[in-house]
Design a protein around this ligand. Sequence first.
Ligand SMILES: Cc1cc2nc3c(=O)[nH]c(=O)nc-3n(C[C@H](O)[C@H](O)[C@H](O)COP(=O)(O)O)c2cc1C
Length: 253
Amino acid sequence: MTIYNTIFVRKSVRSYKMESLSEELLDSLRDAYEERQKLFMGIETELEIIDCVNKREKIAMFGVKAPYYLALYTEEKDKGIMNAGYIMEQLSLFLYTKGLGCCFVGSPVVGRKYKAIGNKKLACILAFGKAKGSAVRVPSEFKRMEMNQLCVFKEQPRQWMRQLLEVSRLAPSSMNSQPWRFLVYDNKIHVFSKKSGLGTSKKLKELNFGILFAHMMVAAEELWLDLDLIRLENISQKNFENCEYVLSAVLNT
Ligand SMILES: Cc1cc2nc3c(=O)[nH]c(=O)nc-3n(C[C@H](O)[C@H](O)[C@H](O)COP(=O)(O)O)c2cc1C
């Protein structure tokens, strides 16, 4: 299965076999991290693989109990967390290609040891390992909003837009909040964040959008699209009642 194909079948795994993974596999994960795409340049990150099988490490957190956790640390810079979500989702999809399962841990409660590495702060944690059941599902089992609930079409979408919108629709989000909204206009996909009341922290919001953009860029790579994710000044200056502008997906022709 390619990374792109995993988007259509992956699911969050919350129950794991407490079994070790081979050193070879863990090395290939480190390699995948080294080869990762970044969303923004100039933000340093660092990855740590936390082994809870062999080292009996205690990662004090509620929720998902897994044999391994990936901890991603980032410099505290504007959009650093979004960049971390972008990187982590690529690693998550990579792990599905290896037949493993993953689950983001939204608000991990970790010991002091895991809060920072040097000047880099913990940005996100991904639980992973061999799933007890299946790590994949059929597309009809995705619980997602319909496209017409997420997207306003001001013009007939091109084929590349349809493909990008579908991988966006399937992206995982904290509590399945699906905070993204899309506007197809002027041969671009403009991405907005739904203004929410209480519940979703700024950090989770940024993580969610990083994950979304990872799906878009993985699809763009698969489909040989020369895609830019950029913030357009003319839209940035507008005020929207229910949404905040995030970025636009623009195809270079
Ligand atoms: C940023 C983020 C944080 C999440 N935090 C948790 C969590 O703390 N516990 C949990 O069980 N699932 C967590 N999830 C998994 C979501 O609940 C899940 O992605 C969503 O319900 C969609 O389901 P799916 O991943 O199976 O497609 C998180 C997902 C994201 C993207």
